[in-house]
Design a protein. Structure first.
Length: 151
């Protein structure tokens, strides 16, 4: 008569596999019993209160705030159109290099130094001339344009 080929360790491995299968099946049954499927729309609905917390109770319609859509500003705020006369500034040429074709104007109001190129001049200028000009923003900073002598 032949002896059984099942050793003690083989039996133990089979017991562990069977136990894992049973645990897996038990977890599967628990998930089915406690799943959220089959709930009504009202049971799944969540609300946000005035403090930003999520609740299951709907908000009170009496406490509702009315917001005018026109008051909402997205991006840059609207500005009033600028009067062209306000764009014209007054200043004095502090430095001008005719051979290189550039210089600087000292704004009389803000005392800031503004770059000016020879192409932006409407008439030839020299140092200490009083001028009127407009400004534009360039990648390197503020630059004077439409530079004219004042009388």
């Amino acid at each position: 008569m032949a002896k059984s080929q099942d050793t003690f360790s083989k039996k133990e491995r089979e017991k562990k596999k069977q136990k894992k299968r049973q645990e897996k099946e038990q977890k599967k049954e628990d998930r089915k019993a406690n799943s959220g499927k089959g709930k009504t729309l009202e049971e799944m609905m969540a609300y946000v209160d005035e403090f930003g917390n999520i609740t299951s109770t709907p908000p009170d319609p009496a406490r509702k705030n009315v917001i005018n859509v026109d008051d909402i500003q997205i991006g840059v705020s609207k500005r009033e159109p600028v009067d062209p006369a306000d764009l014209i500034r007054k200043g004095m040429i502090t430095f001008f290099n005719e051979s290189k074709g550039y210089g600087f104007i000292r704004d009389l109001d803000s005392q800031e130094s503004i770059f000016v190129h020879a192409n932006a001049l409407e008439v030839p200028v020299k140092e200490k001339d009083k001028v009127t000009f407009e400004t534009e923003m360039t990648p390197k900073g503020l630059s004077a344009i439409k530079v004219k002598l004042t009388v």
